[in-house]
Design a protein around this ligand. Sequence first.
Ligand code: GAP
Length: 444
Amino acid sequence: MDKIVSLSKRRGFVFQSSEIYGGVEALWDYGPLGSLLKNNIKNEWLKRFVRTRDDIVLIDSACLMHSDVWKASGHLEHFTDPLVECKGCHKRFRLDKIVNPKSEIQNPKCPDCGGELTAPRQFNLMFKTFLGPVEDEAHATYLRPETAQSMFTNFGIIQESMRLKIPFGIAQIGRCFRNEITTGNFIFRSREFDIAEIEYFVKPGDDEKWFDFWVGEWEKFFLDLGLKKENLRKYEHSKEALSHYSKRTVDIEYKFPFGWSELAGIANRTDYDLKRHSQFSGQDLSYYDEEEKKKYYPYVIEPTVGIERIVLALLCDAYTEIEGGRTKTTKPTKEIEILLKLDKKIAPIKVAILPLVKNKPEVTKKAKEVYQLLKPYFTCQYDETDSIGRRYRRQDEIGTYLCLTVDFESLKQNDLTVRDRDTMQQERIKIKDLTEALKEKLKN
Ligand code: GAP
């Protein structure tokens, strides 16, 4: 994990928020490469679940909602973790993270100093804030801890305006906020993060079939992002551990360096949310089924995932160390080369353009022309500093899929070498054919 954290900072993927002030726990900033990586993940999700499907529509709703939403959703009552504090060192912990609920231990001690702990109290994870200048209860509301609720409160408007028929889904990617007690493990448990979720509305009775369908789709999605099969598994929640709204929940777990942990989830939320919002708002959110000629509250299957958890899983999965190095231009060395084997559709930089030397204007001019030629089509990087070997290594470390080298031969032949990140094979391609050739190589 330390290696991933260090690479992320060194290469501009992720770093601590407000670092010059000492940083803030569980708040992270995504740098130039991290932002591209996140966007590539979001784009794959949008392509798979919105753009190529006829039954799912996308929305983008506000992070702040009417405070009654959180009463109706059950978050005010149930979105809590048991908090204990050490009477000695005053550190706070989630009780369920320091004792196994089934364990016999009656009086757990502080995991840091062994001190006595306070009795647990339920701590709500939502961030409270105020709408407008007056800070009283009448103006209080919460930053959303999930994107789901606006897909329920807007169910009627969306269904009618888009003339959607059951089964159909509403999808959204958006910022969520949780005042986590237990932090650590880098970006795994952040206090601010992006959730991508789908609320898929189905006929009651069809929900179990659709649940299984979405488990399958979800697994396929993560495999297609390039995660290794052996690092993914399913985990079925026990009845006692289900959230207040769920009839069944399956997590997709990833084998992170700190152990198997939740990457994503699928829940059968039943008709809980639509019924509760109908009840609390006084607006009927039921659905009229024209085929069946009857009204009902649809059941909801919810595949959900935090984008940051995908980022972490992808970085862990792709991180490869090669002892002694593999770049031909490097002299035999004990050095360890790092290769980030991200899938080509996920890699933040697709193509690096490298002039063989920096001090020959004809070579750098040609390389810059190639860079300008390719920029409209691919996410490219131009790099001329350091030796060619070091530049290859730098690009390997960030997962750049193709490295293009403009050399002296290029000036005569009007071509360049294209090096594949994984096989390191090089081929010469004419510049006039380059755009089409790279499109082919980068095709999914
Ligand atoms: N609407 C359902 C829902 O919010 P959840 O399991 O609480 O379910 C959804 O969260 C997903 O968000 C999780 O599967 C996980 O990927 C991600 N997630 C949850 N808490 C997170 C945190 N503190 N930091 C980063 N990602 C988180």
